[in-house]
Design a protein around this ligand. Sequence first.
Ligand SMILES: Cc1cc2nc3c(=O)[nH]c(=O)nc-3n(C[C@H](O)[C@H](O)[C@H](O)COP(=O)(O)OP(=O)(O)OC[C@H]3O[C@@H](n4cnc5c(N)ncnc54)[C@H](O)[C@@H]3O)c2cc1C
Length: 361
Amino acid sequence: MNARLPLRAETAISVASPLEVMARLRDHFVEHGTVSGTDERWTVAFDIGEAEALACDGHVRFRVAAADPTSLAYLQWGVAEHVCEFAPAEAPEIVWKGGVIPGAPLPYFREMRVLRARQITPRMRRLTLAGRDLDRFSHGGMHVRLLLSPETDVKPVWPVMGKDGRQAWPEGPRPIHRVYTIRRIDIAAGEIDVDFVLHEGNETPGANFAREARPGDVVGMTGPGGGGLREADWYLLAGDETALPAIGRMLEEMPAGKKVVALVEIADHAERQELQTKAELDLRWLSREGRPAGTTKLLADAIRALDFAADASVFVWAGCEHAAAREIRAHLHMERGLPRRNSLIAAYWRHGMAGEVENSD
Ligand SMILES: Cc1cc2nc3c(=O)[nH]c(=O)nc-3n(C[C@H](O)[C@H](O)[C@H](O)COP(=O)(O)OP(=O)(O)OC[C@H]3O[C@@H](n4cnc5c(N)ncnc54)[C@H](O)[C@@H]3O)c2cc1C
C-alpha cells in the first residue's frame, strides 16, 4: 500500500462468494477512484486514500490506508456499507483491526455551538457555529450533515464508531439530520458560517433551527463530504438559493483567469447577494417573482437558452430541487451530449418531501 498513507485498518469478512462480492464492490468503486489489479486482488486509489481487497478461501481480506483519521474512517465505512449491501442475506460480521476504537467518538463528528446569527437577506439566515479542530472540514468536500434536536429541549445522543466501521448509536433520542454547506471556515478561530434558506413548508427542522437558534445552542455535525469541480476552461454554475452558499464559496475559491457563468434562482430580487471572485464572472439572477420554490423551470430554461459547446472545455455544476436536477441532467447529457464526467448535478431537496434526497437519474 501507498507508504505516504500512514493510518491503516484491516478486516477479513466471511462471505459465501468472495469473488462475486469483490467484483460488485470494484464495479461500484470504479466510479469513485482508480482501480488496478486482478479479480482476486485489486486496489482502488481514492482522493482520500486507498482500499485493497484480496480473495481468500471463504472470506475477503480488506486493507484501507489514509493520511488522516476522517479519511480512514470513511474508507472503513464505505467497505462495510457496501459489503453488507452486496451480501445482504449473509449479514456478514465485520470487525476491524486498527482505526478508531469501537465506541469512541467518530473522527468526522464535531459538537458545535451557535456563536451568532444574522439575517443575510429576508429569506437567508447565517449562523456562525464554533467547534474544535476544524482543519479537516476545510478540504475534501464542503457539505456537512447537521444533527439537530428531534424536539425542543431534548438533547440527542451523538453517533460513535461502530465495530464494523459504520456509525453506531448509543441508547437515547436520535437527532434529525439535514445537509448544509460550509459557506466560510476559519480554522484558527474555530468557526464556520452556514447559510440557511428560511423556506416555505410545514415542519422544517433545518429552517426552524436557523430561525430559532440562540448563542450557546448545540448542534452535531458530521463531514465533510460531496464532490467538487473538475479542471476545465470555464464553468457553468447553476442553482437555487439552497445552492447559493456552495456557489458563493466556489466563486471565492476560483482562481483568476477562469471564466464562470453563474445562474442563480431566487424567490425575488431582495434575495440577491454580493458575491466575491477573482474569476471573470457573468452572474445572472433568475427571480421567481414570488412563485413558490420548486414550481418553475427557470434554471433548466436558462441553461437551455445558453449557446455553448457541450464538450470537455466546460464543467457544469448544479444544485437545486429534484425535478429541476433531473431536467438539467437530461438536457445536458441526452440533448446536448455533454460527457458525464463534465458535470455534477445534485438534487438538494425535493418538493413535498422532507429530509435527504436520493440522487439518481
Ligand atoms: C449537498 C447539499 C448542500 C445543501 N446546502 C444547503 C445550504 O447551504 N443551505 C440551505 O438552506 N440548504 C441547503 N441544502 C438543502 C437542504 O438540505 C434542504 O432544503 C432541506 O430539506 C432543509 O431541511 P428542512 O428541515 O428545513 O426541511 P425538510 O424537513 O427537509 O422539508 C420540509 C418541507 O419543506 C420543503 N423544502 C425543503 N427545502 C426547501 C426549499 N429550499 N424550498 C422550498 N421548500 C423546501 C420540502 O419539500 C418539504 O415539503 C443542501 C442540500 C444538499 C444535498
